[in-house]
Design a protein. Structure first.
Lengths: 181, 192
């Protein structure tokens, strides 16, 4: 059985709502995290991202100045000076399936619809810690592999060319770690 | 963790894309524990959240007042992107937060209001009463929350508001299939 050493992780939380930031801070500290940095808008979050180099970003979608989607797109710049690979968990009140797709296409690693729960947040963090996906770079996308599963029954045209299957196998600790919840 | 050197990154180039892999930089934070380890971080966090619950009522009042203020500003200053955005943001925050604060019916009414703002083709043509009823309902749900008979009534109120709002949205979007599809799509969040 596996546990996460939260005290070794550095979080950046971005939400314009002070109540939600307080809840997130409370949950993360209860998990054991010590380093939790907070921003109330996307611009501040981007500055803090470069300065503090967090291991995991948790961001709201709807925010002033620029939103969580734009924040994700700015972090996912392969040529940027900062780390473009950090896991991004989008925590949002948007609860429509099409929003999940839009967030995924912006490079978001995990999507968590509000209302927030301790279990939901823990599971998303566990996913990004124990089972990171490879990154894909195309002409129009840079971010975690958007395919979580290999579908052997798929018979449509392949959008990617070049035998990707050989590189998509990653040793996963997720199933073992899940048993710890 | 964050101060450590970045792990080796390997890039495989294909015809249409590159696949970039690196040893899991966060693997070191996973710790094997004994099966008999009774530490439960989720239970600990739920307990801490329960410890905050004494503040939820006042937080909810602040959120509901912010929504009413945004509505008042929209009436006074007129409809603009700015006033509509603030109304949407206030409703959207309640939609996301209220269930956590113990007000799921307020969240449902706020979601209905968000859908009106998001999917009405012309917000200026939305009957003023429809928006006002949503805001009044949220205020009523929040202020009468502690009454023993309020839970069922609040749930019924938000359900009826959603029915009226959906009927309106279906009608005004009858020639906008992309909006109709979004309106009719099920939520990814389980209902109350």
């Amino acid at each position: 059985m596996f546990r996460i050493d939260f005290n070794k992780l550095r979080f950046l939380v971005c939400d314009d709502n002070p109540h939600m930031r307080r809840i997130l801070r409370t949950l993360l500290h209860s998990f054991g995290a010590r380093e939790v940095y907070e921003a109330e808008d996307g611009a501040t979050a981007l500055e803090m991202y470069t300065h503090y180099v967090p291991d995991i970003v948790i961001t709201d979608w709807s925010m002033p100045i620029f939103d969580g989607l734009e924040l994700a797109q700015m972090i996912r710049q392969p040529e940027s000076k900062g780390n473009p690979y950090a896991p991004i968990i989008m925590l949002t009140g948007h609860s429509e399936k099409r929003r999940v797709t839009v967030a995924r296409d912006a490079g978001v690693t995990e999507f968590l619809a509000k209302p927030i729960s301790a279990k939901g947040l823990y599971q998303r963090i566990l996913n990004v810690v124990a089972s990171p996906r490879p990154f894909i770079k195309t002409k129009t996308y840079f971010g975690p592999d958007r395919r979580r599963n290999t579908n052997n029954a798929y018979i449509g045209p392949e959008r990617r060319v070049g035998g990707e299957v050989e590189v998509l196998q990653q040793p996963s600790l997720l199933d073992k770690a899940r048993s710890s919840i | 963790m964050a101060k450590e050197k970045p792990a080796d990154i390997k890039v495989k180039t294909f015809a249409t894309h590159k696949v970039i892999t690196q040893p899991n930089p966060l693997r070191k934070v996973l710790r094997r524990v004994d099966e008999r380890d009774f530490d439960d971080p989720v239970a600990r966090a739920e307990e801490a959240l329960a410890g905050l619950s004494g503040e939820f009522k006042s937080w909810m009042l602040i959120e509901a007042d912010r929504l009413s203020a945004a509505h008042t500003t929209m009436i006074k200053k007129g409809l603009s992107n700015e006033t509509a955005d603030e109304l949407f943001r206030a409703a959207h925050d309640i939609k996301g937060d209220a269930a956590t604060f113990g007000y799921p019916s307020a969240a449902a009414a706020a979601e209905s209001l968000c859908r009106i703002i998001e999917h009405a083709p012309d917000l200026e043509k939305v009957p003023a009463e429809l928006i006002k009823h949503h805001i009044n309902a949220i205020q009523a749900i929040v202020h009468n929350h502690t009454r023993l008979d309020s839970t069922k009534l609040a749930s019924e109120l938000s359900r009826k508001l959603r029915g009226v709002a959906d009927e309106y949205l279906m009608h005004v979007n009858r020639d906008r299939p992309e909006h109709l599809e979004a309106i009719m799509a099920p939520s990814i969040v389980p209902g109350e």
